[in-house]
Design a protein around this ligand. Structure first.
Ligand code: C2E
Ligand code: MG
Ligand code: MG
Length: 783
């Protein structure tokens, strides 16, 4: 039995191995010197090659640290011990061992060690056997001597190879193991040496029956090989299982490849196995791995001449395991990417963007550089989606994402927060101006038309900028930029707005107002003022426009501009609007009865109210409850976009059918196209104050108003001029044929009592057309 130590010998273990070799060599030399001349020629001729043959084909049992090879040559040692004296026995044995090692393909160092070891333990075993007396008898004592000798051989072999390995690896682990292979090899060894004993006995008494030993020898050999096979398979299975577990635990492609390489090296005992792009050469085996982002890779190991098929199979199995794990890792990677990116544009999504902002905030805490977040909301994106379809909308979003990318440095982050909302994180800025410059670049870049669905679309954006000040975290920055974006929208879109602490205060106030507004009806804090609509021909009151006021307990009387927007956004406008409608109409009914005259009552309507079917029911019930001569007018601002065939338009028709007159408020400010007048059931146009303001001084305004009057007349629409503040305006409007007007010149919005006082006078004290008498009014009615 010899041990094939696979590891390369180091300088430290050379001394030990050298001692083994020198002692073995000495034993051989001494024995050979004694035996020279007395060597039995025929026995030597038969035993040397037989020993070599049996040593040449050992059974190899795998063991951690190094395989155990059980050579059947020790049986020959027993035969020689029983047939010839120690000198010739050692000599013949030694020659056989030498011949075996010469024909093996192993490193020279390991062959020299194995020869030395074989000679040393062979000599030792023979010496121990001879301690029991002469061995050329047939006595039980001889059997005992052979048993002890064989045990000495086995133990010495095991300990010396173990020691050599332990010194080599600086550890006794693996060198002397409690592996099951040790007792198994001992059992095989005992069987083999027993055969040697039997062979010697037969050689002495009846040499012709020796061939009969071939049967137990072959059986033993076969059993040993079968055991080895099973053992190898078990080891492979265990190693494959471990490799599968390792591959499963590895999460990234890099880890998986590293594990694959480790396992290949240990399972194939090929430290030179490697991963590379080049294909395996003729002395190599390989397995092609799929592309993990760096191109396809080969797992390459040296070809193993004694087990080429088995090695390739192991490589294939390891490779297949790795492929499985790699595809799982790639899928997981893809899912992780999807979870943090917007699938349409590929930009970081909100979660990743917030992460980046957090990271940026942490960095900026330690640096004097500034950090800014730009919150970008596209203007009118819904219109693109509605008119050109969602595919076109998607294309536009992709184009916007690309444009945004061109406006920032590669180190900045562009993200899509959802819908038509994008955000940019600017890091490492010297001054806050950097952020406004980027905002301007973005606005310019987006203004450039994009071709989607065959149409050139130029999309605007509103941008809110928040530059980080001390203590701001990611959430604060995003909130601030969002708030600033809303301000940019409110101030007319297509622009940027820089967040300031004032904006914050305003938004808090707005929030507080929102809370108060929810209780405005139950606390009866709303009031109506009435601004008379004057007939410019006769100076009489045609009717009133009801204008809403909020008597806020803390802020005093609030104008509708301060709170109607909030009411619209929060949905409170429905209830408030109904209150206005009921109150104004009830007052008008009371006044018509009290002053016995018909009146018009105009009520402003928010777009949201028109979006709700209840408005029609409310108005219908209002009108059936009263039969007073009140003409109800509902005013809709021109910017309320009403589609043809929309629900709003249907409701307008239903209201009109109920006998309500519909007015376009602030005419001339909302739409560039007046085509809508064709399909909307409109009765009145209210010329916006801005045109009236300049009418007496600016000829262009005058021409515009004149054109409107001509158009109104031909469409059979009533005209009311808003915001008349000066008598010259009355003159000019009257001259153009506009016969109804309202404004501070006649009266500011009045309380109910003041409105009635005015009604009781029937005619205004102020002449309607003050031609020659342009005296400034004395006391104006209270507002
Ligand atoms: P509007 O319907 O165009 O109302 C006219 C606005 O112009 C009123 O402002 C009025 O006080 C003001 N005004 C009237 N004459 C003159 C003038 O000679 N010079 C100037 N500078 N202004 C004049 P107010 O009352 O602040 O209302 C503003 C807007 O609020 C209204 O514009 C209307 O759109 C909205 N609003 C008022 N009441 C209601 C309401 O009950 N419901 C809804 N949804 N909106 C309302
Ligand atoms: Mg109005
Ligand atoms: Mg108006």
């Amino acid at each position: 039995m010899t041990d094939s130590v696979v590891v390369r010998r180091s300088v430290r273990s050379v001394a030990f191995d050298g001692a083994v070799v020198v002692s073995g060599g000495l034993a051989f030399v001494v024995a050979a010197a004694h035996a020279l001349g007395s060597l039995p020629v025929s026995l030597t001729a038969a035993a040397v090659p037989l020993t070599a043959l049996m040593a040449r084909y050992p059974v190899v049992l795998a063991r951690a640290g190094g395989d155990i090879e059980i050579g059947f040559d020790s049986a020959m040692l027993v035969v020689l011990a029983l047939l010839v004296p120690t000198g010739p026995a050692v000599t013949i044995w030694g020659l056989g061992v030498l011949l075996a090692q010469l024909t093996l393909r192993k490193s020279w160092s390991s062959r020299v060690f194995n020869v030395g070891l074989g000679l040393l333990i062979g000599w030792l075993a023979l010496a121990v056997m001879h301690l029991f007396g002469p061995l050329d008898r047939t006595q039980p004592r001889v059997l005992l001597a052979v048993g002890v000798g064989a045990a000495t051989y086995f133990v010495a072999d095991y300990l010396l190879t173990g020691a050599s390995l332990a010194i080599e690896t600086s550890s006794w682990r693996g060198a002397v193991s409690h592996d099951v292979s040790v007792p198994v090899s001992a059992a095989i060894f005992i069987g083999v040496d027993s055969l040697g004993f039997v062979a010697a006995m037969l050689a002495r008494s009846s040499p012709w029956s020796l061939p009969l030993l071939a049967t137990p020898l072959v059986t033993l050999l076969y059993a040993a090989r079968a055991y080895k096979q099973a053992n190898d398979n078990r080891a492979t299975m265990t190693a494959m299982f471990d490799a599968a577990r390792d591959a499963h635990h590895a999460t990234t492609p890099r880890e998986i490849l590293a594990t694959l390489l480790d396992n290949t090296r240990s399972m194939l005992r090929a430290p030179s196995a490697t991963l590379r792009r080049a294909e395996p050469g003729p002395a190599e085996i390989g397995f092609l791995l799929p592309d993990t982002g760096e191109g396809p890779m080969w797992l390459v190991a040296p070809r193993q001449p004694h087990a080429p098929v088995r090695a390739q199979r192991m490589l294939d199995m390891l490779g297949a395991l790795a492929i499985e794990s790699l595809s799982r890792a790639l899928l997981v990677g893809e899912m992780a990417h999807l979870a943090r990116h917007d699938p349409l544009t590929g930009l970081p999504n909100r979660a990743l963007f917030v992460d980046r902002v957090q990271h940026g905030v942490a960095l900026s805490e330690r640096s004097p550089r500034l950090l800014a977040v730009l919150f970008i909301d596209l203007d009118g994106f819904k219109g693109v989606n509605d008119s050109l379809g969602h595919d076109a909308g998607d294309q536009l979003l992709i184009a916007v994402a690309q444009r945004l990318g061109t406006c920032v440095r590669p180190s900045d982050t562009v993200g899509r927060l959802g819908g038509d909302e994008f955000a940019v994180l600017l890091e490492d800025m010297k001054t806050a101006d950097g952020a406004t410059e980027v905002a301007e670049r973005i606005l310019t870049a987006l203004r450039e038309p994009t071709r989607v669905a065959g149409v050139d679309v130029a999309i605007g954006a509103s941008i809110g900028i928040a530059v980080r000040s001390d203590g701001d975290d990611a959430g604060t920055l995003l909130r601030h930029s969002d708030l600033a974006m809303y301000r940019a929208k409110e101030s007319g879109r297509g622009r940027y707005h820089l967040f300031t602490s004032r904006l914050w205060a305003e938004s808090r106030e707005r929030l507080a107002l929102e809370g108060d507004l929810r209780r405005v009806l139950e606390r009866a804090e709303l009031a109506l003022t009435y601004q008379p609509v004057i007939n410019l021909d006769t100076g009489t009151i045609e009717g009133f426009e009801a204008l809403l006021r909020w008597d806020h307990p803390g802020h005093g009387r609030l104008e509708p501009l301060r709170f109607v927007g909030i009411a619209e956004e929060t949905g409170l406008i429905g209830a408030i609007g109904q209150w206005v409608l009921e109150t104004a109409y009830a007052d008008a009914v009371a006044w018509t009865r009290r002053y016995r005259r018909p009146l018009t009552m105009a009520v402003n309507l928010s777009p949201q109210q028109l979006g709700d079917q209840r408005i029609v029911e409310q108005v219908a019930s209002l009108l059936t409850r009263n039969d007073a001569p009140v003409q109800l007018v509902l005013e809709i601002t021109e910017s309320t976009f009403v589609h043809e065939n929309s629900d709003q338009l249907r409701r307008m028709r239903e209201l009109h059918d109920l006998g309500v007159q519909l007015a376009i408020d602030d005419f001339g400010t909302g739409y560039s196209s007046i085509g809508y007048l064709r399909h909307m059931p409109i009765d009145i146009l209210k010329i916006d104050r801005s045109f009236v303001a300049d009418i007496a001084r600016d000829s262009r305004s005058a021409s515009l108003v004149e054109a409107i009057t001509v158009m109104a007349r031909s469409l059979d629409l009533t005209l009311i001029a808003e915001g008349i503040e000066e008598p010259e305006q009355v003159v000019a409007l009257h001259a153009m044929g506009c016969s109804l007007g309202q404004g501070y010149w006649f009266a500011r919005p009045l309380s109910g009592d003041d409105a009635q006082a005015m009604l009781s006078r029937r005619r205004l004290g102020r002449p309607q057309v003050p031609t020659a008498r342009l005296a400034r009014p004395g006391a104006r009615p209270r507002g």
